[in-house]
Design a protein around this ligand. Structure first.
Ligand code: NAG
Length: 245
């Protein structure tokens, strides 16, 4: 961003405040925010995280907990458009600072990381693009799901003994001290000092009896001695506006 565009953005933000409507791309909510909570015509106040909502064009918030319900131009009603989809196959439009996470190899090609029961604690699965969840990895190595405005933290099960070759991943409402997640380029990696693994980017997807594609850390090498019923995968950040099939 150039100095002049920053100046314009600041000026717009100031004007937006002065006229009690947040400008395009401006902040419109969040803890401690005291400015206007509605956006200029044609823009929608979109929840990003507890500290930040932003005016976006033609978007559906990924959250039902937007503190400032937005008025959709033309609809005449104030809505929480949690069921709105903006593109075929897409879940909500990706919020600023978040990524979708998906597999890119068959048999799980473009299946997206989410909770087995959407937006809920419990097993981590790969599933339909239409229900793709959105994620951040914190500087402390926590993988965090934006579950309709509530944070869910990835937990990795403890290794019971040295014969265990895969570790289940699940979502919890509390942060975990179970290893370190990171993006290496767009690839999601996981490591923990107590376990030596040949590759930090090796994952497994092992469907349960009901067909849920449960996600596991692969403690072995990618594509080598794959446990029965599982498929080797790497998983990757995807930052397109919507989750595509
Ligand atoms: C290792 O842990 C797994 C999972 O808890 C268990 O099923 C298995 O029996 C254990 N094996 C040994 C040798 O303790």
């Amino acid at each position: 961003m150039t100095k002049s565009s920053i100046a314009v953005a600041l000026a717009l933000a100031f004007i937006g405040q002065a006229f009690a409507q947040a400008p395009a791309w401006g902040q419109c909510g969040g803890e401690g925010f005291s400015g206007p909570t509605t956006c200029v015509s044609g823009w929608v106040c979109t929840y990003s995280n507890p500290f930040y909502s932003q005016c976006l064009q033609g978007t559906a918030p990924p959250s039902s907990s937007t503190s400032t319900p937005s008025t959709t131009p033309g609809s005449g009603t104030t809505t929480k458009p949690t069921t709105t989809t903006t593109a075929s196959g897409g879940s909500a439009t990706l919020a600023p600072g978040y990524s979708f996470i998906r597999a890119v190899e068959d048999p799980n090609f473009h299946q997206y990381l989410q909770s087995k029961t959407l937006n809920s604690p419990g097993p981590a699965v790969l599933g339909s693009p239409s229900t793709a969840a959105q994620f951040q990895i914190t500087s402390a190595g926590q993988l965090v799901q934006n579950a309709a405005g509530t944070n869910l933290y990835a937990h990795v099960e403890d290794r019971a003994n040295s014969t265990v070759v895969k570790l289940a991943v699940s979502w919890s409402t509390t942060p975990a001290a179970s290893g370190t997640f990171m993006f290496s380029g767009d690839t999601v990696e996981w490591s923990i000092p107590t376990i030596s693994r040949p590759q930090t980017n090796a994952w497994l997807v092992c469907p349960d009896a009901a067909g849920n594609r449960l996600l596991y850390i692969n403690l072995g090498a990618y594509d080598y001695m794959t446990p029965a019923g599982c498929a080797d995968e790497t998983i990757h950040a995807y930052t397109g506006a919507t989750a595509t099939a």
